[in-house]
Design a protein around this ligand. Structure first.
Ligand code: 6LW
Length: 508
């Protein structure tokens, strides 16, 4: 039996995994989006269901100063003596910290700051009760992986951080994880940067602080200069299944168009791990991963496919929905008009690195149809509400209802760096259906009113919103939004449809 990679399609980078009995849990990074660090559950390593977020309060996650692709960098998830621990870095806030919980679905604790510099923090709970804490930073001894000992009851450092490995010479040694296996301390890292030069390397030592002997066949995973539909593989975490087999989760990208550009973000992939007789691992098939691979021999647990429509009938937002930075509570409501998501715009717009009225979800497929029904009668010049395909404040395509010279109009806007184009078309009173056809190379935007003809408004290339063009660490988001300067008119979103046309991964 086979499974399809990625196991988590769409913007789910920097995965970390742990196993508790026959249950697997996985977290990913979330940067400027709130809530932060989604946590998923699986029984078979292939089918995953989100069960919550680790960071759900302003106290845990303050993103007010987060630039695009700032905020929450890579997390690590570990389980020890009845407690789940998640550590990460708020690069726009308190730096390295961890939260803990007995229930992986949450609620998670208030943050425990850790006074160790750098990014990509990780834990090792050693057999003798010591807890070692690693991070990637440029410290007194240069760039590399630093480790200290810590008291995990309060996050206090017990020893100074010491450089334990610089890697094999690749740029940006980062993403450290230490595993105690057969009496050895294995230190696995990423090198080469999270782009096309990305790779995973590993070293081991009989002692927690080394010296570390590099694996003779490093890198144990890389798609550098390989012919593949998958690239930039790296930032891995290992887990041993209950049947003794080893598996790795890691990030990768699936570029489309030429030259290679990816817009879905860095996604989570799975591959088997094999070990040599003298105790060195390889990820995938001699360091390569395929789109289709042999399934783990674990009891399968699948969930029903997600419904196409969210009609906002619940008292809280589904777990797929996120805000851009910490939302103004008065900017959104599911209670003001039951059965509608109500957005109330304010002066923060899509064009600044703020927190506009914005409720979005990841684009997880190359081909899907997105639509929303918007009931909105703007009265103030310049106020608007609509649907955006959003990479960051300088790279987004918007289809919105707006007041233009006193006339209710539909506007299609493309913002690509310093370039911006707009097409405007008057429209009548009453609800408007905003439609987006997402395909590998382009997005097509249309409107429909009074169930009459569908009017094409324009299109935009996916590559102009790609990471290679827009930069950053996230992926394209699809969001309902509103903004305006004055006492704005409430924008009523009746439903939101996300209909998958292709299904390239087992995750959907
Ligand atoms: C992540 C680090 C990295 O923390 O990018 O380029 C950061 N490498 O491993 C965000 O994904």
């Amino acid at each position: 039996m086979k499974y399809n990679n990625p196991i988590l399609p769409g913007f789910y980078p920097d995965p970390s995994i742990c196993r508790v009995g026959e249950d697997y849990y996985l977290v990913t990074s979330t940067f400027e989006y709130f809530p932060g660090v989604p946590i998923f559950h699986s029984k078979d390593l292939v089918n995953w269901k989100q069960i919550g977020h680790c960071l759900t309060s302003d106290k845990q996650l303050s993103l007010g100063k987060a630039w695009s692709s700032g905020g929450i960098y890579a997390p690590t998830l570990r389980y020890h003596e009845g407690w789940f621990y998640m550590t990460t870095t708020n690069v726009s806030g308190i730096g390295n910290f961890f939260v803990k919980s007995k229930d992986p679905a949450g609620l998670w604790s208030d943050p425990f700051p850790v006074a160790q510099q750098g990014i990509d923090p990780s834990f090792l709970f050693d057999d003798d009760g010591r807890v070692y804490y690693q991070s990637a930073c440029s410290g007194d001894e240069g760039e590399g992986i630093y480790q200290c000992e810590m008291d995990v009851s309060n996050g206090r450092k017990l020893t100074e951080g010491r450089l334990i490995w610089k890697g094999t010479g690749g740029a940006s040694p980062e993403a450290p994880h230490v595993y105690k296996i057969n009496g050895f301390y294995y230190l696995m890292i990423a090198e080469g940067g999270t782009e096309y030069g990305h790779m995973v390397t590993i070293a081991r030592s009989p002692h927690p602080y080394g010296p570390f002997e590099p694996c003779p066949h490093n890198p144990i995973l890389s798609h550098r200069s390989r012919r593949s539909s998958i690239h930039a593989t790296g930032h891995a975490d290992l887990v041993q299944a209950q049947d003794g087999t080893w598996w790795a989760v890691f990030l990768g990208i699936r570029p489309v168009s030429y030259p290679m550009r990816h817009h879905l973000g860095r996604e989570t992939f799975l591959a088997p791990v094999t070990w040599t007789a003298d105790g060195w691992p390889s990820i995938g098939i001699e360091g390569r991963v395929e789109q289709e691979m042999d399934k783990p021999q674990l009891p399968e647990l699948r969930w029903p496919a997600k419904p196409i429509r969210d009609d906002f009938d619940e008292s809280s937002l589904g777990l797929d929905w996120v805000f851009l930075r910490n939302p103004l509570q008065e900017s959104w409501s599911l209670h003001e008009r039951p059965g509608y998501l109500v957005l109330r715009g304010h002066p923060s717009t899509l064009h600044d690195a703020g927190s506009p009225a914005f409720v979005g979800r990841r684009l997880c497929h190359f081909s899907c149809n997105i639509s929303t029904a918007l009931d909105y009668e703007p009265v103030h010049e310049g106020e608007e509400a609509g649907l955006t395909v959003f990479m960051n404040e300088k790279y987004h395509y918007d289809l919105a209802v707006r007041q233009v010279n006193g006339q209710k109009s539909v506007v299609f806007r493309r913002t690509v760096g310093s370039l911006s184009t707009e097409q405007t078309r008057p429209c009548t009173e009453g609800p408007v259906v905003l439609r987006i056809e997402a395909r590998p190379e382009h997005f097509r935007f249309s409107i429909e009113q009074n169930s009459s003809e569908v009017i094409f408004m324009g299109s935009g290339e996916t590559h102009l919103l790609s990471t290679e063009v827009a930069g950053g660490f996230t992926g394209v988001m699809l969001a309902m939004y509103a903004f305006g300067d004055n006492e704005t008119t409430p924008a009523l979103f009746d439903w939101f449809d996300y209909e998958v046309i292709d299904c390239p991964s087992s995750g959907e």
